[in-house]
Every structure is written in C-alpha cells, then in structure tokens.
Design a protein around this ligand. Structure first.
Ligand SMILES: NC(=O)c1ccc[n+]([C@@H]2O[C@H](COP(=O)([O-])OP(=O)(O)OC[C@H]3O[C@@H](n4cnc5c(N)ncnc54)[C@H](O)[C@@H]3O)[C@@H](O)[C@H]2O)c1
Ligand SMILES: [Zn+2]
Ligand SMILES: [Zn+2]
Length: 338
C-alpha cells in the first residue's frame, strides 16, 4: 500500500509500505478522504514543536472498515467511519478529570505517531464513529476540524447573548463561525484577506473586519454597543493579535480562547487581565466532541462545502502542499482523495 511520508522537514514522498497489522482491539480502515490541516503543513516545514520524523501526517480522515480485531464489537466490514485522532493514557491527572485531550502522555495520530495519509490504517475501536448516511467522503473529512469548533465553544462557554469576535477566517475560524451562528450569538470575523472575509459573510458573519484597512477597535465598539467582545476566539495564531484582543477588544468579564500554538512570547500588562477580570482559556484538539459534530451533520446545520476549496488525488499531495503555501488567498481547505 501507498503512504504519504514526510521524511524530514521539506521532504515529502509517496512510499510503499507493508499493510498495517491490527491488534485485537483495533480496526483496519481503508482511507477514503483526508483533509490537509495547517498543522500538517507546519510539520512539512519543520515548524511543529510536537512532531517527529519520518512521519505519515494526517489527522482529519475517514474511510471504510476492512477488518476488525477479535475484541471489537461495535464495527464490522463495510462500515463508513470517521477517526478521532486523539489518543490518551487514561491514568494521568487530566485523563482522570475527564480532559483526555490534554493527557500528559497524549498521542495524536499524524503528529506523534503515523496518521491518515496512507491507504490503510490501524486504529483503536474507541477512536471510531459511524458516519451519517448520505454524507460524501470529502465532506466527512471535515468532521475533525468541526470537532475543534465544538471544543472551543465549550471552552469559551458560548451563550446566545454573546457578541463574539473570531480572529482569523481560515478553515478553523470559519468552522467556529458556523458553530457560533447556530447558537444564535452575534459574530464578527477579522482577517487581513478580503476573500476569506467574503467566505465569512457567506457563512452568516454579522460583521467582517479587515484589520489592515479598518480600525478594529472602533468597529468592535460599534458592533458591541461599546461593551467590547464578550467572547473572543484567537484563530490567527499571531501573538500580536492576542495582545490586541486582551488589551483593547474584550469586554470586562469577557473570555478569550487561544487556539494558536506559536512559541513567540507575548507582552501583556497584568492590569489588562486583572482590571477586566478576563478569562484566558487554552484549547487543544477535542475532548470526545465527535458525537456532537455528527449531530450537526445529521441536522444539516454545518456547511463543509463552503470551506473545501480543492480536492486532489493523494498521489498529488506534494502539489497540494505547495498550493497552500503559494496561494493562501484562494486555498482554504484541501481534501485528498484516496
Ligand atoms: N488549539 C487547537 O487545537 C488547534 C486546532 C487547529 C488549529 N489551531 C490553530 O488555529 C489557528 C487557525 O488555524 P487555520 O487552519 O484556520 O489557519 P490558517 O493559517 O489557514 O488561517 C489563519 C487566518 O488568520 C489570518 N491572519 C493571519 N494573521 C493575521 C493578522 N495579523 N490579523 C488578522 N488575521 C490574520 C490569515 O489571513 C488566515 O485567514 C492556527 O494558529 C492553528 O495552528 C489550533
Ligand atoms: Zn487539523
Ligand atoms: Zn492521560
């Protein structure tokens, strides 16, 4: 079988690999579609602090069950499934308090161990969910990114009366937007690319802000009746955007959910956090949010087709990676077909 392997930073190739051998608790999945995430691109460029090489990347993937181990009870050959890439130990502090996504011994498929960019993959039964009927493989590959949206709205305790600011209209900002809009809250979206902001408008953003050409503070003041945003999702990954959010965009008693994982330190006066009694919340991956996302897909209240900009054959992975780099205005989510 074929696998897309990042041998070392900057070197991607398609290799022949042995078929995976499953254990008693595992399921063999024939991969049908997989999304390319910003973090896959970062691993390709050697900019992901968690990854090791060589690595088969891919953590947004779906496929068909081929065979099952002796202890597997919930799945059988032919089932269409999506894989939750988060693996945890079950015994550390965070696992015990029900937050396995920040397990001390966390393993994410496609990051710490090989992931979904291969024709067949062995996964634990507990990572699998059956896909709803009538959903295409390409759209189903978006379930994992939507699980990030489900996680962040939970972390930020999104409520109907929130005035939300989403910083960054990349694939992640745009899935968060859909989760926010279906709750009834008002959403402003900020980016530096007009094409991304057009996508946000098309997904129902109540206000879009180009931070290169507009006065963000003033627009947010108008959007929130002078209060500031009660809930901010920082999904640009830019540390200076986070500084601005804390300094001048958040309402007193507001919450800021931080998605980016850059290593550059921020410069934040303590008084900004103290005087407004801000909640600054980290968020990582998803904590068993796939059932909630599958429910969104069943109800038809999310629009993966509005985020997917390109579909490539997996053999063309290198071209696909190069395109995300070369053309951020036109590329949003790329899905590889296997
Ligand atoms: N915490 C998690 O579990 C998790 C999961 C997925 C992604 N992420 C992170 O979330 C962020 C968003 O992911 P993505 O895939 O949408 O990334 P992306 O790079 O595709 O999108 C980022 C968007 O932010 C915009 N942007 C960049 N700098 C900006 C600035 N200074 N001001 C305004 N807009 C700016 C870009 O134009 C782009 O549209 C990334 O930092 C990613 O690493 C975190
Ligand atoms: Zn991802
Ligand atoms: Zn653990």
């Amino acid at each position: 079988m074929k696998a897309i392997v990042i041998k070392k930073p900057g070197e991607l190739c398609i290799e022949d690999r042995e078929m995976p051998v499953i254990t008693a608790s595992q399921v063999l999945v024939r991969v049908k579609a997989a999304g390319i995430c910003g973090s896959d691109v970062h691993i390709y460029h050697g900019k992901n602090a968690f990854a090791t090489y060589p690595r088969i990347v891919g953590h947004e993937f779906v496929g068909e069950v081929v065979s099952t181990g002796a202890l597997v009870t919930k799945f059988s050959e032919g089932n269409s499934v999506v894989v939750d890439p988060v693996l945890s130990c079950g015994t550390c502090y965070s696992c015990k308090i029900g937050r396995h996504n920040v397990c001390k011994n966390l393993h994410v498929m496609g990051v710490h161990e090989d992931g979904g960019f291969q024709e067949y993959v062995a996964v634990e039964e507990k990572q699998l969910y059956i896909l709803p009927d009538g959903i295409s493989w390409e759209h189903a590959a978006m379930i994992e990114p939507y699980s990030i949206a489900a996680q962040v709205i939970n972390r930020g305790k999104l409520a109907e009366d929130d005035h939300v600011l989403i910083c960054g209209a990349g694939p992640i900002g745009l899935v968060i937007l859909q989760a926010v809009k279906q709750s009834g809250a008002k959403a402003a979206v900020m980016d530096i690319l007009d094409k991304r902001l057009d996508m946000a408008k098309n997904l129902g953003a109540d206000c879009v802000i180009n931070s290169k050409t507009m006065n963000v503070k003033e627009v947010i003041r108008n959007f929130t009746n002078n209060d500031g945003a009660s809930l901010i999702f920082e999904a640009t990954g830019n540390i200076h955007v986070l500084e601005t959010c804390i300094h001048e965009l958040t309402a007193p008693a507001g919450r800021i959910v931080v998605l980016g994982f850059g290593q550059e330190p921020a410069s934040i006066p303590q008084i900004d956090i103290m005087s407004k009694e801000l909640d600054i919340l980290g968020t990582r991956l998803n904590n068993h949010r796939f059932p909630q996302v599958l429910d969104w897909f069943k109800k038809g209240i999310v629009y993966p087709e509005k985020i997917i900009s390109h579909v490539f054959k997996f053999e063309d992975a290198e071209k696909a990676f190069a395109l995300t780099q070369a053309n951020p205005e036109d590329v949003c989510k790329i899905v590889l077909k296997f």
